[in-house]
Design a protein around this ligand. Sequence first.
Ligand code: SPD
Length: 381
Amino acid sequence: MSKRKELERLVGELETGGISRRDFVWRAMGLGLSLSSVGALLSACGGGEKARTAEGAAAEGELGPIEKELRIYNWSDYIADDTVPNFEKEFGVKVTYDTYESNEEMVAKLQAGATGYDIIVPSGYVLPVLVATDLISPLNKKYLTNWGNVSPIFQNLPSDPGNTHTVPWQWGTSGIAYRTDRVKSPIDSWAVFHDPRFRGKMTMMDDGREVIGAFLRYRGHSLNSTDPEHLAGAKADAIKAKPQLKAYLSAPVKGQLISGDVWISQLWNGDTTQAKAEQPNLAYVIPKEGCTIWGDLMCMPKSARNRRAAHEWMNYILRPDVGAALSNATGYGSPNAAAANLLDAPVPYPTEEELKRLEYQVDLGRDTATWDQIWTEIKSA
Ligand code: SPD
């Protein structure tokens, strides 16, 4: 059957309810359609419209009394010590808090089936996929009475137009952390990961989007490029860097930077700030070629059972004192404008000049599989 005919058949199945929106998205993408084209088809189909109307109604209804438990899945080292215990005490809710090290790890778990999580915290670029594959629910704004505290910069983001599915958590950048007492001249480029003087003393993140993205920027390309030539170059650069690396390691590298086992790491700004509290000889740089800027957002999986508790959690995080405590503990930027006066060391939003070197990751659509394959090949090289 031709691709066109196969697509028409899929659309027919969607319209008659013979296929879920989620299956439609994956099968249409399998036929080579980009996520945005699939989204446009979903909007044009009655099935999509009906589903959205039903979702909209659910998002406006009553959520009932608060449940007794809440299950949260978030990045590691990304919360203050008292954020969970204070919520548990005030709301009488038992919180289970699990962590992950990359968006891909979290999405894989979610796609593998019902995880039982009520809150997840993906980066912006993951949102279009989660919405299109029907994995998250729209939020009921009635319960988010503190929404007004969100800075206008973090409202109506391209990843969530109309703020229907998310509440911003924190934001940051993915640059380079290094020990100033071991590395004598300041680092300013991704080229350092090719430098044999630091062999065995360097790490990059265990995150394909970040590693490939860094080497794309190194050669002057977008960190979202899907151009086969750009990707081949980034893969070659990543493989050339491998003999110099001790490991691919994300947040847990902090211990080795503190001890001096590792001198140079691709790392996020806030995790570097956390390590610097124990090891003052640490610097953080945004390489001259540029790097990722990202925002992470709370959202509620479709399978969430504790929906009222999830909304209360998000509203609690939006309080000025709770938002400020988060950023004071993690070193990341706060999207909470009302928390500004309570921050110990505010992370200012980048200037226009800095933004020229920073780039948000976007969903790669059907090219995600190509990137995944390249990352697998880099890791096994
Ligand atoms: N330890 C918390 C790190 C959070 C990183 N989130 C976004 C990464 C974007 N690639």
